[in-house]
Design a protein around this ligand. Structure first.
Ligand SMILES: [Zn+2]
Length: 196
């Protein structure tokens, strides 16, 4: 597999890089991405492929469950850099269906030490969905329940994003818009979520 990656890079240099030399030369001097993508690390959600974007266009942060945690210095630095330095106008939090992270939240593995701690940042999404289903006396399949939690998790992480004072300020100043999206790997489509 590792050699496949290096072979792929050779093809990239030959078929893409060499043909678009000017584009890459400009890019090497300066990046001006216009979107910050916060998505899941899942290998089936490759940002540039599913959005048909080129190098230089999307600044990417991915983690298990597309989570925004205000005590995550990795993401905090990404936000500070992209919003305050690169002046990126749009942030997308993109969740996806069939998310292993959300599945792990619903079915905790007692042998895991780090995954449950990380997924605590999404716990409220599960709680909200379960409360709602209970109050409406709705019975849904586990699959449907997971889909609802995956969607609610995007809403929750958008809320977490607003806990950063400089993010809120940029939004109030009209310099930043945040978006919640869901990627469906069964048909390849991205669904724009309604704000509620
Ligand atoms: Zn996922």
């Amino acid at each position: 597999m590792i050699t496949t990656l290096l072979d792929g890079n050779k093809r990239f240099v030959r078929d893409v890089f060499e043909k678009e030399k000017d584009y890459f030369a400009e890019l090497s001097k300066l990046q001006r991405p216009t979107v910050l993508w916060i998505g899941c690390s899942d290998s089936r959600v490759p940002v540039n492929t599913i959005t048909q974007t080129r190098p230089g266009e999307v600044f990417v942060h991915r983690n298990v469950g597309n989570i925004v945690a205000t005590n995550d210095w990795n993401l905090s630095a990404v936000l500070e850099f992209t919003i305050n330095h690169l002046q990126i106008p749009d942030v997308v939090i993109c969740g996806h269906y069939n998310c292993g992270g959300i599945n792990a939240l619903m079915h905790e593995d007692a042998d895991d030490r780090y995954i449950p701690i990380w997924l605590n940042n999404a716990y409220k999404a599960m709680e909200r969905v379960d409360d709602k289903l209970r109050s409406l006396r709705l019975q849904v399949s586990e699959d449907q329940r997971r889909r609802l939690i995956e969607e609610e998790n995007v809403r929750l992480q958008l809320e977490h994003l607003l806990e950063y004072p400089f993010v809120r300020r940029a939004m109030l100043d009209g310099k930043l818009t945040v978006h919640g999206w869901m990627y469906d790997m069964d048909n390849g489509e991205i669904k724009v979520m309604q704000k509620n």
